[in-house]
Design a protein around this ligand. Structure first.
Ligand code: BG6
Length: 306
């Protein structure tokens, strides 16, 4: 279906976008919605029941492979950042995923949820740069209400008897009113690796995080719940995570923003990445083994603590 045609209010719909890419639209009964590109299995939109966008997408984004999409929720796999031999954040975010028509069962879903199942398998070309056979299944679930859940299952499908190791992140870009009005709770007093200071290890002070300059930190072994509070909007995003011990906090600030072709000069003021991740201790899977990593995002219209 063309994006210009009137969509029926079906709970799950596949739409062709301008560049010939396909996206899945999930709609929940109260009017919340989520959009997921098959390119990268990339969530590009998450709207509440009033149709307000909760994720940041750069106005400079052109949705044209092989460039990864700037904003939304990129999947960083099988490598987070440049901590390995692969391109920055691995290759899953710029591969074409397909629908997973026969996913192995997950715990039964309760009413008022809509979901889609996507899959990525290693291709011959991928095996040349990362010589490990895998199956990566991603379920994206919307509801109840505006809750957005991403469940990743990665399996080692190799027949060579060898284990493989990977790092991972759900690189979520939250839309915020003004970065100077944002506070993050749940990461105080933790150790972090500072990517602005050659990955040196530091300990965070006792206060919740606020933002006045570039930040690129990997917080280690964090609680499973983190809160991102937007004081101007009086709104709190709550991130709950499972199987993902670390959390990355990133904002490029003004200089780096100017250096990024797919990012507006002032857009750093309206986004913050808080990323459920497994970085410090890479995950190892023996042949036949499966790993699960889950992120659940909720939004509340008041200021909540973590
Ligand atoms: C963050 C990293 O997760 O992603 C940063 O910690 C990186 O170091 C940022 O700059 C953006 O990466 P990219 O590849 O999407 O420009």
């Amino acid at each position: 279906m063309n994006e210009m045609s009137t969509p029926e209010r079906r709970p799950v719909e596949v739409v062709k976008t301008v560049n010939g890419l396909e996206k899945v639209v999930l709609r929940e009964i109260h009017g919340c919605s989520v959009e997921v590109y098959l390119y990268g299995a990339h969530v590009t939109s998450w709207k509440n029941e009033h149709g307000e966008e909760l994720l940041f997408i750069s106005s400079k984004e052109i949705f044209k492979p092989p460039k990864p999409i700037r904003g939304g929720i990129p999947i960083c796999f099988p490598q987070f950042s440049s901590l390995g031999p692969l391109e920055l954040h691995g290759f899953a975010r710029n591969r074409l995923w397909t629908f997973d028509d026969d996913p192995p069962p997950l715990p039964p879903d309760i009413a008022n949820k809509v979901f889609t199942d996507l899959i990525l398998r290693s291709t011959k070309d991928d095996l040349k740069i990362w010589p490990h056979s895998f199956e990566y299944r991603l379920r994206i679930t919307l509801g109840p209400g505006e809750d957005l859940m991403l469940t990743s299952r990665v399996r080692n499908t190799g027949t060579d008897g060898k284990p493989f190791t990977f790092t991972f992140a759900y690189h979520t870009y939250f839309s915020v009113s003004d970065i100077s009005e944002v506070r993050v709770e749940g990461l105080e007093t933790l150790d972090y690796l500072d990517n602005c200071q050659k990955m040196e290890r530091f300990t965070e002070q006792g206060d919740s995080l606020t933002f006045e300059s570039e930040v690129d930190k990997i917080y280690l072994s964090t609680p499973t719940k983190i809160a991102v509070m937007d004081h101007e909007k009086k709104q709190t995003f709550v991130i709950r995570k499972d199987g993902l011990p670390d959390a990355v906090v990133w904002n490029p600030w003004d200089k780096k923003a100017k250096a990024m072709a797919d990012f507006g000069d002032d857009e750093y003021k309206h986004m913050l990445c808080v990323e459920a991740a497994a970085v410090e201790k890479p995950i190892t899977l023996k042949p036949g083994e499966e790993w699960r990593g889950r992120q659940q995002l909720s939004v509340v219209n008041k200021l909540l603590d973590a």
